[in-house]
Design a protein around this ligand. Sequence first.
Ligand code: C2E
Ligand code: CA
Ligand code: CA
Ligand code: CA
Length: 274
Amino acid sequence: AKDLGRGQTVDFEDSFDDDTNRQAALEAQLRTTLAAGNIDVAFQALFDAKSGSICGVEALARWITEGGDRIAPDVFIPLAERSGLIDQLGLQVLKKSLQAATSWPAIGLAVNVSPLQLKNPRFVKQVTDALETADFDPRRLSIELTEGVLISDPEQARRAIDGLKAAGIKVALDDFGSGFASVGTLRQFGFDRMKVDRSLIATLDHDQNAGAVLHATIALANALDIPVTAEGIETEAQAEVLRVSGCDALQGYLFSRPISAEQFTEAYFNGKRD
Ligand code: C2E
Ligand code: CA
Ligand code: CA
Ligand code: CA
């Protein structure tokens, strides 16, 4: 039994070390990719609920390692946050997104920002500098924030949101309905837009109560003049419910997948010329 006990301990430590080593190796690769400016950005179109025409685009970070492995954002964003690389990653994504979007007609550009980036006192200045360098109208940029930061450090969140808004940049509350944020939260922090979380959209298919709650929430936001985007729409039935509920922008695989800047230009702004 003693041997077995020791064996188990050794096994546990081995697997622990393996995992730590894998994390360290991945972090080193991310560092290299960032230093080389090789984080990619994919672009997913947003569509006006009434007219069906393109009204915006969300930038989504993409990472293919030098070894050719595609790592999911849900893996490398937390990794970047843990290893102090998120500021660099966020800024790289922002600059590349602005660069791509300047060549597109005046549609809105949404960029995701980690709560940790708001901790950097230079954050707002970095964003406005990037806008200036790219000669991009601040009113076309929307920063997407998740509610975590509102709870962990509301004062810091408020300062950053106020700073962005003072510069003419819009601020959206992402993943609404996945946590605690209410329509009151939107008002309290001055959010310009609410993005309904994909998990809520998915429940529409099998839960009538969820549909009623969603409908009421969107109506309330609209009553407060806060426009609503629905994300993660995969079926025409979902799209129809959300149109009727009063969402003004729709996003999801039903309409468009995230694609490269070149593909995006081709699909939405160039296709007809060819
Ligand atoms: P998010 O901001 O909620 O972005 C939407 C996610 O849903 C994206 O996943 C998108 O590809 C996916 N999606 C869009 N339409 C559909 C659909 O119809 N069905 C399904 N199943 N999925 C859909 P992605 O690109 O894997 O990104 C995951 C998350 O990683 C993002 O969620 C965001 O929180 C984070 N992220 C991505 N890029 C960045 C970034 O540059 N900075 C930061 N801080 N976070 C980022
Ligand atoms: Ca987002
Ligand atoms: Ca979201
Ligand atoms: Ca999300």
